[in-house]
Design a protein around this ligand. Structure first.
Ligand code: UDP
Length: 231
């Protein structure tokens, strides 16, 4: 079976509010994930935390503590999305790299595989469990561990451009680009640590626009018109 890792930013859950959750927005995403699962794809999900907090959000408090808050923000996001996925009829599990009591289960590859085999959507919350990392790094790490076919990066923009299209009207979108070129040109698809991990472990990425109608379904089930990052 095809197995993918879908990365959603925290902001993707907030809709026009830009903070917290917007149920209508997340329900649209959930229905698309349902379609993908029903078409026979196993889906793992990593979600950012930017709709609540980033490690860089405060100059006052210690970075390690700020990052812990960020990781907990991703746990809230995953519990929320898990519930919305259940409301549309999917089975889900939330795994974290640290104990969260009865709220989540501790991550292990074997446990993730067990859930995938039961046709459940597996949400990888809490990032890597370590400060100074990001959910980009967690995305690549989990994708490698679960032996995903590729990472599907849902973005506010519909692919990778040679410059920022908001600033440069002549910006050119790539249909395909190598991860080496992404790193060399500092194209900021994912952060550098995560990019290097992708390169070393030959994990391809598919970057597409979440705001496009049925964006996730199209990207995963063949009608892909974003940017493929090759390895
Ligand atoms: N974070 C962390 N370790 C991880 C993943 C996330 O410390 O393995 C923290 C970090 O503070 C980050 C926040 O969680 O800023 C939210 O994650 P996200 O990747 O959305 O943040 P961004 O890359 O946008 O700063």
């Amino acid at each position: 079976m095809k197995r993918i890792l879908l990365k959603l930013s925290g902001e993707a859950l907030a809709g026009d509010k830009h903070q917290g959750f917007d149920e209508a927005t997340v329900t649209v995403v959930a229905k698309q994930i349902k379609e993908v699962v029903e078409q026979g794809t196993q889906v793992g999900i990593v979600i950012g935390g930017g709709n609540f907090w980033r490690g860089r959000s405060s100059e006052t408090i210690d970075r390690t503590k700020a990052d812990q808050i960020g990781m907990l923000a991703t746990v809230m996001n995953c519990i929320y999305v898990s519930e919305i996925l259940r409301s549309v009829g999917l089975k889900t599990a939330v795994l974290t790299p640290f104990e969260c009591g009865s709220m989540t289960k501790l991550f292990s590859k074997d446990r993730a595989n067990k859930y995938f085999e039961k046709n459940m959507v597996v949400l990888f919350a809490g990032g890597t469990g370590h400060p100074y990392f990001s959910t980009d790094t967690a995305t690549v790490l989990r994708a490698i561990e679960i032996e995903a076919e590729g990472i599907y990066l849902a973005k506010a923009i519909d692919g990778v451009y040679d410059s920022d299209p908001k600033i440069n009207p002549d910006a050119r979108k790539y249909d395909q680009i190598s991860i080496d070129e992404v790193i060399e040109k500092k194209l900021a698809v994912i952060d550098l640590t995560a990019s290097i991990m992708c390169m070393e472990n030959k994990m391809p990425m598919y970057v597409f626009g979440l705001n496009e109608e049925n964006g996730i379904v199209k990207a995963v089930t063949g009608d892909f018109n974003g940017t493929k990052v090759t390895v």
